[in-house]
Design a binder for this molecule. Structure first.
Ligand code: ATP
Ligand code: MG
Length: 761
């Protein structure tokens, strides 16, 4: 047990063992903040604090799980299991379920995910006959979300002159009315959205001092990771729990604050010492994660930010390779270059697994081309942040049945499955039910009990269908009282008709949907098994659902263990580390994003994001950019990101040829833009697309003479940009002669011989 303290340096150990009051650890990336938090929990347990009295809040479920595993290794599984450890959302949804009666919700409340919320907002906007081009659902959703994170309830919103006026100026004066209706419909459905989980916790603690007191006493020690990314709602919950006893330790790095668009506030970290008088501040300076070159490159970058707490971060690891920069002609080529580099690195030098590589990008849309390139090279990969398993249509349909069984008032779930599989209940009927529910201020389920009483005009045929559906759900609710989650899930999939419906679809897509549903059933079974192992007597569907609702796409356990290249946005990579990291798409208007470029504060946030990206790398960091990229339906010329210039050249490895070729490229800008390969590259097979760019490039410089006699099928050749390859075919004659060459790192390409600089080896 003592041994673990030896795995800390002096400063870390001091931070771990300090328990006399509030403490704040501010330190740069990779300096062991998360390690301090983890070991501090072990230390507290060793001091005799019961595990259930420790609350540890993390940013992702994954981080919580990893921490729990580490602690279990020190203290044993039994103890670790009893800790309150998880994301803000998961921990406080648990508390809200216990205390639901105080805030007017049922304890089995549904958690609406972002798509449920959006669907409800769309319905409300339609019902109010507003123009959804003005009241764009996405925009409305984020405004309501921001309000909630600033703890502004719909009532407070209505009374807030400033907000009301700003909405009038923005020509959306009815936003407050939408907020009000949205909230009332959520409440009617017994549903909370993600933001409600924090807002309602605050309301609970604000309005019920006795309950707050109970949790204050219960949580003897509170620890928070990634504190720089907490928003006001989260900050206040923590403050309410800890301000009296001050037994709190938060760790964070202002240089990694990257969630201000979701209301995160760096000030939370800066003000920490004002809230907790006598708070101890610890600084950690040694980075254990990365090579010196990577740490120095990251330092030189973040140094360009004006707003920051200056910190020293150094590494005593080896100097390592310089941070490499790869320039490519197009986004396609960039993707191929990344895939090629991964293959190359796996073959040469230290033996890397696929799991040792991560590709980080600014936006999810960038992943498609990268995927294609990886697939072509048979490189296995996993993507975090695409459509998560639980967001797939067939899975959401099944889950919606589960949700209805647990909470039949859940309107979004009801709307989803009332006519799935089709049972002759059309949109008109559904709209009538929705309207009646809204008019009488009751849930759709209540209307469904006696449609006629709620003046829904339906014929007897429809009435029978509604009754049949209601009885189906009621039957499930009855069964759920005795069956385990596993049996219940299997029963629902069968009796609802879902599995039959899917089995009828023999298309590839249909088969994969069936497989996904089977996978879900397996997931429920596994969940039951784990809970039983942990000593649970009855594993309920409600329990399963409560967990699933909070899973994010970053929480795919099985994927995690697989030996695959990880692809994710930089945001999702926070807190993680990989031996080799590619950061792609380093171009103006992409990274930094177009939206931020005119706002110095926003550019600083983008720079912090880039800092986060670089500091994920342990051994090699490779930055790539393309000179043209296909975005929003057209190909455009890009300039390298200003952030590349922010990095001190001493730590960069920029191949000189790429810089030169970029200059050539820049001078040809106009010509390129008119080139067909740029206006519609996707209509052409990819190799010829590259060939066209290639031939145009070279034609500006001297046309190379090639040694045609030696150029035969099977000949080994070298090309200036594509490197070595083998001639696969030659066709055409004279000026039209073309060769197909299979390049080691770039795959097969067709080259017009009069332009291509090929040397026969
Ligand atoms: P980030 O800012 O990215 O969240 P962090 O400050 O939380 O980083 P950790 O993830 O805790 O840093 O640590 C970075 C790496 O360094 C981890 O692999 C960790 O195990 C290792 N590490 C931290 N402290 C030490 C130490 N004293 N000895 C050896 N390795 C350490
Ligand atoms: Mg960390």
């Amino acid at each position: 047990m003592e041994e673990y303290l030896n795995q800390l340096n002096e400063n870390q150990r001091e931070a771990v063992m300090f328990c006399e009051g509030a403490s704040l650890v501010v330190a740069g990336a990779g300096s062991g903040k998360t390690r301090v938090l983890t070991y501090k929990i072990a230390w507290l347990l060793q001091q005799g604090l019961p595990p259930q009295s420790i609350l540890a809040l993390t940013f992702t479920n994954k981080a919580a799980r990893e921490m729990k595993e580490r602690i279990a290794a020190i203290t044993g599984e039994q103890v670790a299991r009893r800790l309150w450890m998880g994301t803000f959302h998961s921990i406080f949804s648990r508390i809200l379920r216990y205390e639901a009666e105080y805030i007017g919700y049922p304890s089995n409340f549904t958690i609406y995910d972002a798509s449920d919320s959006k669907s409800l907002l769309k319905a409300i906007i339609k019902e109010m006959q507003l123009d959804d081009k003005v009241y764009r659902p996405g925009m409305v959703q984020s405004r309501i979300s921001n309000a909630k994170n600033a703890l502004i309830t719909w009532k407070a919103y209505e009374q807030n002159k400033e907000l009301v006026e700003s909405d009038i100026n923005a020509k959306i004066p009815l936003l407050r009315e939408i907020y009000k209706r949205y909230q009332s419909r959520c409440q009617q459905s017994g549903a909370m959205d993600f933001d409600d989980l924090l807002l309602q916790t605050n309301i609970l603690f604000r309005d019920h001092p006795a309950i707050l007191e109970k949790y204050r006493r219960h949580f003897q020690y509170v620890l928070v990771d990634e504190y720089q990314d907490t928003n006001f709602a989260q900050h206040l919950i923590v403050q309410r729990l800890c301000e009296e006893h001050g037994r709190i330790c938060v760790v964070g790095d202002d240089a990694q604050s990257i969630y201000s668009f979701r209301g995160a506030n760096i000030d939370n970290i800066l003000q920490f010492k004002n809230i907790y008088q006598g708070c101890r501040i610890f600084k950690l300076e040694r980075n254990y994660r990365s090579t010196q070159n990577i740490v120095n490159a990251a330092n030189s970058l973040i140094d360009k930010n004006k707003e920051q707490i200056r910190k020293t971060v150094y590494s005593e690891n080896e100097e390592g390779n310089k941070v490499a920069v790869i320039a490519s002609y197009s986004d396609y080529e960039e993707a191929y270059a990344v895939a090629a580099r991964i293959s190359e690195m796996r073959m040469n030098g230290p033996k890397y697994d696929y799991a040792d590589f991560a590709i980080l990008y600014r936006t999810n849309a960038q992943s498609r081309i990268l995927e294609e390139a990886l697939r072509k090279r048979n490189i296995p990969y996993k993507i975090y942040g695409g459509l998560s398993f639980y967001q797939r249509k067939e899975i959401k349909d099944v889950i919606s049945y589960f949700r209805l069984i647990i909470n039949p008032h859940d309107e979004e779930a009801l709307k989803r499955v009332i006519n799935y599989p089709t049972r002759g209940i059309g949109d008109t009927t559904v709209n009538k039910l929705v309207a009646a529910a809204s008019q009488h201020n009751v849930s759709m389920w209540t209307v469904l009990q006696a449609p006629l009483e709620y003046t829904v005009s339906i014929n007897s045929g429809t009435s029978n269908k509604l009754t049949a559906f209601r009885e189906l759900i009621e039957g499930f609710i009855e069964q759920d009282k005795t069956l385990s989650a596993e049996d219940m899930a299997a029963l629902v999939v069968k009796q609802s008709g879902i599995i039959n419906n899917l089995l009828q679809d023999r298309s590839v897509e249909g088969v994969s949907k069936t497989e996904n549903v089977q996978e879900l059933l397996k997931g429920v079974a596994e969940y039951c098994e784990i809970r039983k192992e942990e000593g649970a007597e009855q594993v309920t569907l409600a329990g399963f659902l409560a967990e699933v609702a909070l899973l994010t796409d970053q929480d795919n356990d099985k994927e995690e263990q697989a030996n695959k290249v990880t692809m994710m946005t930089v945001h999702a990579a926070k807190g993680l580390e990989f031996r080799n990291v590619f950061v792609v798409g380093l171009e103006e208007d992409l990274f930094p994003s177009q939206l931020s470029k005119d706002n110095p504060r926003a550019v600083e946030e983008e720079r912090r994001l880039f800092y986060v990206a670089i500091t994920r790398a342990e051994q090699n960091c490779i930055l790539t950019y393309a000179k043209s990229r296909y975005r929003n339906g057209q190909s455009s010329i890009c300039s390298p990101s200003r952030f590349l210039k922010d990095i001190d050249g001493r730590y960069l490895d920029i191949p000189s040829s790429s810089v030169n070729s970029f200059d050539i490229f820049a001078s040809m800008r106009d010509k390129y833009q008119q080139h067909p390969a740029f206006t519609s590259p996707f209509q052409q097979p990819q190799p010829s697309h590259l060939t066209k760019i290639e031939s145009a490039t070279i034609s500006t410089s001297s046309v190379a003479n090639i040694d045609l006699p030696g150029l035969v099928v099977g000949a080994k050749v070298r090309h200036d940009r594509f490197g070595e390859g083998e001639v696969m075919a030659i066709e055409g004659t004279g000026g039209n002669a073309k060769a197909s060459v299979d390049f080691v790192h770039f795959g097969q390409k067709q080259l017009l011989l009069k332009f291509a600089k090929l040397t026969v080896l």
